[in-house]
Design a protein around this ligand. Structure first.
Ligand SMILES: [Zn+2]
Ligand SMILES: [Zn+2]
Ligand SMILES: [Zn+2]
Length: 461
């Protein structure tokens, strides 16, 4: 598809898709909640997320001033009178607690109705206008894509250099599936979070949980941390806890909006160090996996993560394909990259999921090609039992195929680094423990000190 001219239907300035929908901002007048319309929609009808009651109607505040691309999630300003603006922000609007209303409150404690609308409109303008942001963001690095990168080392070329450690049996698999649950945070749809966790426990499938350590720039509450530690003790083979950025804010317009990508190296190092310390204190264990908010990062991010002792990071395939020209697991800047597929969510405005047939077909493609398949989900979008049945259905579909094994991002990186995972012509070999009653731990602790990059078959870091 090509970008349309004046008067044509809007197309996405990033991927040229015409699957563009307008973002609608609405208000629940009795409580003053102002949010994207999608946040009020559930399978059981309209429901206000702030005052937690079923409601009949909401008031439209703006319409068609911004659009979101259903194919790549790009959010941008729609200008029907001319060509699309190419300044934009990619957002995950529905799943992070921070919303338009809280920004409103910090802007103006008790605005009049007219002022409120004006502030909302200018917030929308800010969201879609990177030209305003650009002058205050130093040293954007979009143009320095290959800086500091290294030659690609496909797993098949590095096998002879690896040695097998431990004892066990080599088992052949056609595909390795990894689930990644993003935006785990305190005080936000906690019942839904526990219900999604239960799906993984009941289906006996491991999952990497991406925890935001400083949402709203606040620390993680003790009660939340206690519940995670209790969960880790009760289900040590099910949950890996990963660091999901710092405060999950867009700090640059790198790749359509990023928390870390494009920031100066020292700032990235500080955010990663502080986020890691917060999660360490909360979990009383050290995370070895990093999930960048908005699925993107740059070379400085991956180098800083490797220096901090991280073994793996998982962004989006759409991002690694353009930035690194890679779609499968690969190693760069001293850290393993495991790019993930799209989330369940097709439309971030309405929280509509992709058709189940499409989610299954996406896995089936990876299965046919003998690939690692990383499936992203965002727990806050699984608000009803029928939505959680979609997750369960996809898991059961994967389980119904021969030669599929499930692991966490951390377990994949841990085993790969030790030569306990090997890529074969048509799939993967995994060294599995044969001890009765013993299983491989899903959660690994990083040994501090220099990483032995040579084990990954790299000449240098
Ligand atoms: Zn797009
Ligand atoms: Zn309300
Ligand atoms: Zn996120």
């Amino acid at each position: 598809m090509t970008q349309g001219g004046a008067g044509a239907e809007p197309v996405c300035p990033q991927c040229s898709s015409s699957a563009v929908v307008a973002i609608q901002i609405v208000e629940h007048e009795s409580c003053g909640a102002i949010k994207p319309a999608a946040e009020f929609q559930t399978d059981d009808g309209m429901h206000c997320p702030d005052c937690d009651v079923p409601i009949d109607d909401v008031t439209t505040i703006s319409d068609e001033s911004a659009g979101v691309c259903e194919d790549c999630r790009h959010t941008f300003k729609i200008d029907r009178g001319s060509s699309n603006s190419d300044v934009s922000q990619r957002r995950e609007p529905a799943v992070v607690r921070k919303d338009v209303r809280s920004q409103l409150r910090s802007t103006s404690p008790s605005p009049s109705r007219t002022l409120q609308v004006a502030v909302v409109m200018s917030l929308i303008a800010l969201l879609v206008s990177a030209t305003i942001l650009a002058p205050i963001i130093p040293s954007l690095r979009d143009g320095e894509i290959e800086t500091g990168s290294e030659p690609i080392a496909p797993p098949t070329e590095t096998q002879p250099e690896r040695s097998v450690s431990g004892t066990g049996t080599w088992v052949d698999y056609q595909s390795i599936v990894i689930f990644r649950n993003d935006d785990v945070q305190p005080n936000y749809r906690s019942e839904t979070r526990r219900a999604v966790d239960s799906v993984f426990i009941e289906e006996n499938v491991p999952v990497t949980q991406g925890i935001i350590p400083a949402i709203d720039n606040e620390g993680l509450p003790d009660e939340f941390c206690r519940s995670l530690r209790k969960q880790a003790r009760a289900h040590p083979d099910t949950f890996e806890y990963a660091l999901h950025g710092y405060s999950h804010e867009e700090r640059t317009d790198f790749q359509g909006g990023s928390e870390l990508g494009g920031l100066p190296t020292e700032r990235q190092e500080t955010l990663i160090r502080e986020g890691t310390a917060a999660l360490q204190a909360c979990l009383q264990q050290t995370p070895t996996t990093f999930i960048p908010p908005f699925d993107n990062y740059d070379n400085a991010t991956s180098t800083a993560l490797a220096d901090e002792g991280y073994a793996a990071l998982s962004g989006g395939t759409w991002f690694t394909e353009t930035y690194y020209n890679e779609t499968g697991p690969f190693e760069r800047n001293g850290i393993r990259h495991l790019p993930a597929s799209r989330s369940f969510v097709r439309n971030w405005t309405t929280n509509e999921f992709y058709a189940q047939s499409r989610l299954k077909a996406s896995f089936d493609d990876a299965y046919r090609d003998g690939e690692v398949y990383v499936q992203t989900l965002h727990y806050p979008t699984f608000t009803t039992e029928s939505r959680r049945d979609r997750l369960r259905g996809l898991i059961n579909h994967m389980q119904s195929r021969d030669g599929v094994t499930f692991m966490t991002v951390g377990e994949f990186a841990y085993k790969y680094e030790r030569g306990e995972i090997k890529q074969t012509d048509d799939g993967w070999q995994v060294l599995e423990s044969t001890d009765d009653g013993m299983s491989q731990p899903q959660i690994q602790t990083v040994k501090r000190g220099p990483r032995i990059i040579g084990q990954w078959g790299k000449a240098d870091a």
